[in-house]
Design a protein around this ligand. Structure first.
Ligand code: SDX
Length: 429
């Protein structure tokens, strides 16, 4: 197959190299386009533009495939372990025994916050959005770790990653505890990653929170499924900020801000609100789907559709199974899960969704699981950030090691006024 693309503009014709990825996807390399033709490309939302080469995650939106470092995500479903997947994404392979033990110990040893950081939480209004607190407090964390402003080698990156991945749980839990007027629970060094987070969220000084294994496994799996997704909006943000040589903490804090958007990580909150609106009887699933098809109200069927997946988001399929397993093993039912299933049935038979290839995405079922775990709705996207953090770190590291790395600085097509002159204030209308 041709390894070049020919572009003819007026009298100018250029041949551009075509690069091919390890899964066969191909791209026209346009890095010399402007210098050779004077042209730039225009691609709103970068739907057709590859920003980099990456070996971390592969997504095939047509076939509904998602692989972390070459491993299909379905293979993490049986005995989900978020810590080993975090290592896999960041360092490129599953950890051996020594690496796993060392990283786990680093996570345990670094779960606590500097006592001075606790006062920051009291400075926020009780109603402060947890994502605002999280992004602020990740940057605050960097003030206590100036040694990580410049990461010289893999060992330093591992230590910085361990601090971020460990402390993000504590930051999230303390933001929640402060909003409820509850005492902070110190991390318990005897608990593994997910159980320690749930302990800090829900234990009381006189009453430890000890959930069943099915809860531990559900949250491990949910974090794994959120851990990375190639060049999504928040990961591209982390890369963009990191490309300026901003430190890892600042780059991840920026990722939190991007993830907060309701079209991105904030969708899981919107899904729950949508399901609760229907559950409260304000409208039937059929009426809501009809509303989402109309354009006047800008209502969308939240948790449906995806820029890349034009087939089932494999994460949604796994999360639906996990939700059913969780409710069965807990011996409970949830009307919202029934409503979600009904919405899915209706949409998948409706030409509006079928023709646009809109299927359930990762957010469609995740909120139902989080709600059952007791996580409040306004903390859903924070849990998404806890899951996505290893992916952000992996991409920040991959970019920092890339010999081709340059500061990200896209071009534009200017369409504003031309040839105007300055008008002194007294002459203005
Ligand atoms: C995540 O990129 C990632 O990988 C993200 C993510 C990750 O892991 O990082 O996977 C996580 O962000 C998942 C997506 C969560 N967002 C939502 O669930 C919000 C609802 N979905 C959409 O708003 C939308 O589908 C997007 C934002 C996800 C994708 O938007 P696109 O690719 O820009 O598509 P579009 O907005 O141009 O829509 C194309 C058409 C439009 O209709 P027409 O103009 O053709 O008539 O599809 C319609 C849209 O109105 N459409 C929907 C819809 N999603 C798209 N109509 C109703 N309900 C929806 N959910």
């Amino acid at each position: 197959m041709s390894q070049t693309a020919r572009l003819t503009v007026g009298d100018t014709e250029v041949e551009l190299p075509v690069v091919q990825g390890s899964e066969g996807e191909r791209a026209v390399d346009i890095r010399h386009l402007r210098e050779r033709t004077g042209l730039v490309t225009l691609d709103p939302g970068f739907a057709n533009t590859g920003s980099c080469k990456s070996a971390i995650t592969f997504v095939d939106g047509e076939r509904g495939v998602l692989r972390y470092r070459g491993i299909p995500i379905e293979q993490f479903e049986q005995s989900p372990n978020f810590v080993e997947v975090a290592w896999l994404l960041i360092f490129g392979r599953l950890p051996n025994g020594e690496e796993y033990d060392r990283f786990s110990q680093e996570l345990t040893a670094n779960a606590n916050l500097d006592e001075r950081m606790k006062h920051h939480f009291e400075g926020f209004p009780r109603s402060a959005p947890p994502m605002a607190i999280l992004s602020a407090m990740i940057n605050t964390l960097s003030c206590f770790h100036p040694e990580f402003f410049e990461l010289e080698d893999s060992s330093q990156l591992e230590q910085a990653a361990a601090r971020l991945i460990s402390k993000v749980r504590t930051l999230a839990a303390y933001a929640y505890r402060n909003s409820r007027g509850l005492p902070y629970m110190y991390p318990n060094p005897r608990l593994p990653y997910v159980l320690n987070f749930l302990h800090m969220m829900f234990s009381l000084p006189y009453q430890p929170y000890e959930p069943p294994d099915v809860v531990r496994d559900a949250l491990n799996l949910l974090l794994i499924l959120h851990a990375d997704h190639e060049q999504n909006c928040s990961t591209s943000t982390v890369r963009m900020v990191g490309s300026a040589r901003a430190n890892l903490f600042a780059s991840c804090a920026a990722g939190v801000c991007a993830l907060w958007g309701p079209l991105h990580g904030g969708a899981n909150v919107e899904v729950l609100e949508m399901l609760e609106t229907i559950h409260r009887g304000h409208m039937t699933p059929e009426e809501y789907v009809a509303l989402a098809k109309g354009k006047e109200k800008k209502v969308r069927l939240m948790g449906f559709g995806h820029r890349v997946y034009k087939n089932f988001d494999p994460r949604a399929t796994i999360l639906r199974r996990a939700a059913e397993r969780l409710f069965t093993e807990l011996g409970v039912s949830d009307p919202l899960l029934d409503i979600a299933r009904r919405l899915e049935e209706i949409a998948l038979e409706d030409p509006y969704f079928v023709d646009r290839r809109l299927y359930p995405n990762v957010d469609f079922y995740s909120g139902i699981i989080l709600r059952r775990l007791g996580i409040p709705t306004n903390m859903f996207t924070v849990v998404f950030a806890i899951g996505r953090l290893p992916g952000w770190i992996a991409h920040w590291r991959e970019q920092s090691l890339d010999p081709d790395r340059r500061i990200a600085r896209p071009r534009q097509v200017y369409v504003g006024e031309t040839g105007l002159r300055y008008v002194p204030p007294e002459q203005r209308e």
